[in-house]
Design a protein around this ligand. Structure first.
Ligand code: 4NP
Length: 154
């Protein structure tokens, strides 16, 4: 059975599509199912933000096939690990969990780099291009840790 990983942000057009694309580039799709969604319905059905598409492309990753979706309660059953980009996403997702097993699947993605710090991946939506490069670098480092951890024998 594949390990299933869900990346979550607010709109599912800037940060979590990058997290999805980056982690996919580091793990074999035969063994890992990686996708992303937003806590909001604002952009459901949309392609990633052009600035995320561009920054991913500059780093050799194609995210143009992604389409935004909204988090669903049933995702708690489907996914093994749910990585949120910020504390607001965390609160929104945890509020939907029905038990500790579901809550324990949810974590801040930057805790992979800075354990228990609950740091936010800054929302680059209202900023400039540099914000997207900054987000890419943070997510790339976090995904390096996630990929290594997942590939370790249990
Ligand atoms: P994301 O960024 O959560 O990283 O996809 C945002 C995208 C859209 C909006 C907010 C954040 N919005 O308000 O439409």
């Amino acid at each position: 059975m594949k390990v299933k990983i869900l990346m979550v942000c607010l709109g599912n057009i800037c940060r979590s599509p990058l997290a999805e694309g980056i982690l996919k580039s580091k793990l074999d799709s035969r063994y890992y199912n990686i996708t992303s969604c937003g806590t909001s319905s604002y952009h459901v059905g949309s392609k990633p933000d052009q600035r995320s598409i561009d920054i991913a492309k500059q780093h050799g990753i194609n995210i143009t096939d992604q389409r935004a979706a909204q988090f669903k309660i049933s995702d708690f059953t489907i996914y093994d690990h749910i990585y949120v980009m910020d504390s607001s996403n965390y609160k929104n997702i945890i509020e939907l969990a029905s038990n500790d097993h579901e809550k324990n699947k949810v974590g801040h993605i930057l805790n992979e780099l800075h354990p228990n710090s609950n740091l936010d991946v800054p929302d680059p939506y209202y900023g400039g291009e540099q914000g997207f490069e900054n987000v890419f670098q943070m997510l790339n480092e976090a995904c390096n840790h996630i990929a290594l951890k997942l590939k370790e024998p249990n």
